[in-house]
Design a protein around this ligand. Sequence first.
Ligand code: PLP
Length: 370
Amino acid sequence: MNVPLVDMKGQYNLLKKEINMAVLRIVESGMYIGGKEVEKFEEELARHCNAKYAIGVSSGTDALYLALRVFDIGPGDEVISVPFTFMATTEAICLTGATPVFVDIDPKNFNMDASKIEKAITKKTRAIMPVHLYGQAADMDPIMKIAKKYKLVVIEDAAQAIGSEYKGKQVGSIGDIGTLSFFPSKNLGACGDAGAILTNRKDLIRKLKMLREHGSEKKYYHEYVGTNSRLDALQAAVLSVKLKYLDGWTKKRRELAKIYDNTIKPQKNMILPAEEPYNKHIYNQYTLRVKKREILQKFLQANGISSISYYPLPMHLQKAFKFLKYEKGDFPESEKAAKEVLSIPIWPELGEEKIKFVSEKIIEFWSGHK
Ligand SMILES: Cc1ncc(COP(=O)(O)O)c(C=O)c1O
């Protein structure tokens, strides 16, 4: 049996008629940039995420960059974030000219360890940027408390976590700003690159909208140096179709995760993902911690099952960030996680037969590797 990590075409085939109609409507309209389709999707998205406002942008990376820029964060400023994340989180900070300052993760849930934040705060700190990794929220209450105490803004990198909840609140609407990615493999995936910014703060909207459009509100008059970070109408139309199904897909992902939880069972050298009691995990990834990761991965591959390590090298050890002068050993939990994580297939249409096959193969592996 062949079990890929994701199956983008499978989902498309189920929604083929609706998606094709939406794409055709846009192509025939001649309106490709901005306009009603984007506004409609922004309204639907804000409602769905329980945020007052949603602003469509061209990627999750741009969403992070613009979220920092709207607060004039730049050279001389510091932004606290985690090294165990995707490149874009750290990259966006650097692109503004600000300096990323890392704090380690909580090994239980792979997210920012809030107890380490205060030690990292200096006079230059402007923002805290937690990441809701794999689809599970970071512990937001202590983060918000510290932000309030030191007058810092909070930007939630919710790229992997649309629909995820923290103590009943949707992620992305807890901090000053939340950012989403609609990269095709995300729970809500576009047919290309796309992203969004969520916020409850009306005072940020005008500037955010200008920043995504060359710092301009009136054509050819520019108040800021912005970018071209618009969400295009084709992606907005596709996302509008898919958004209607997202809650159902999330439910399915959670059911599949439960099947993994109940069938694989933790082993001496393998830990299953833990959903914190205050969280609703949306399982963009189902990520194991495995001592013999490479051997397990090879075994799965030999049985037709794909798996991947998100992420094998933390940001503080990446060549691109050598100039930050961090060293091996600075963030032991992130370094340990990077050596042990292994994400296995999970997507709504995966089905019980395939998920049981993956579970059985993992159990078979451990029966021969104590
Ligand atoms: C945690 C995190 N932040 C940011 C991004 C960037 O999103 P995009 O690929 O849409 O630019 C991603 C994408 O994978 C991500 O996983």
